[in-house]
Write a protein that binds this ligand. Structure first.
Ligand code: CA
Length: 228
């Protein structure tokens, strides 16, 4: 297992690296304090997971994330001192898989990294397309096809759609959706999901204000209409 840490505070990256090597003895830790270099290292080193600081000396962590997502679906966990909800939502919209706010507990970081890698691995194994009515999703590439129209989804959108499609025609609660997307303990999941579902509807619905595919069951969750 290879972990890339993009972090300009050497104390933090050393502490994370040491605790990972205690937990996973064969873990290979690679680090950089520069965002540009981090993007390059995702390409050349092919890490299994990336831990990304937002405040970096050259380019911002958001920019790093955006560039990584142009070519890689590697799981990215944002590590940030910013706790404002907007910053976090922005990070998740740019394709981060999880985030933690500094100061953080090392044990919690390790278990989140483990959960991320497990989810990522199970995605890569299940490469059978999932079908629900006119929708067909390739869970690996994130390519969604709706009656011959191809739509590219972000990592998080792909997880949402994947979970909805596996429960085709049945209501999925906010909690179960949040767990499928971020792991169990995501704070304020219903509101974050709302942001994603709005964007998803803009991508896939003919009239996003009057959705026919992703339907809301108020106060409970969402479901994909089982259409013919
Ligand atoms: Ca920093």
């Amino acid at each position: 297992m290879k972990v890339l840490i993009v972090e300009d505070n050497p104390e933090i990256s050393t502490a994370i690296g040491v605790s990972m090597q205690i937990r996973w003895q064969d873990a290979q830790i690679i680090t950089t304090h520069l965002g540009e270099r981090g993007v390059e290292m995702v390409e050349t080193e092919k890490p299994d997971v990336v831990i990304l600081d937002l405040g970096l000396p050259d380019i911002s962590g958001y920019e790093v994330l955006k560039r990584i997502r142009l070519f890689s679906l590697v799981p990215v966990l944002i590590l940030t001192v910013r706790s404002e909800e907007d910053d976090i939502v922005k990070g998740l919209e740019y394709g981060a898989d999880d985030y933690m706010v500094k100061p953080f507990r090392k044990l919690e970081l390790l278990s989140r990294v483990q959960a991320l890698m497990r989810r990522y691995a199970s995605f890569q194994e299940s490469d059978e397309p999932v079908v629900c009515g006119p929708l067909s999703l390739n869970p690996v590439s994130g390519q969604l096809v709706i009656s011959n129209r191809e739509i590219k989804l972000t990592n998080t959108e792909r997880r949402i759609v994947h979970h909805l499609m596996r429960n085709c025609g049945h209501v999925v609660t906010y909690a179960s959706l949040a767990e499928a997307v971020w792991g169990a303990d995501y704070p304020d999941a219903a509101n974050s999901l709302k942001v994603y579902v709005r964007r998803l509807r803009e991508k896939i619905e003919e009239d996003p204000g009057n959705p026919k595919m992703i339907l809301t069951t108020s106060g409970i969750g969402y479901y994909l209409a089982k259409q013919d």
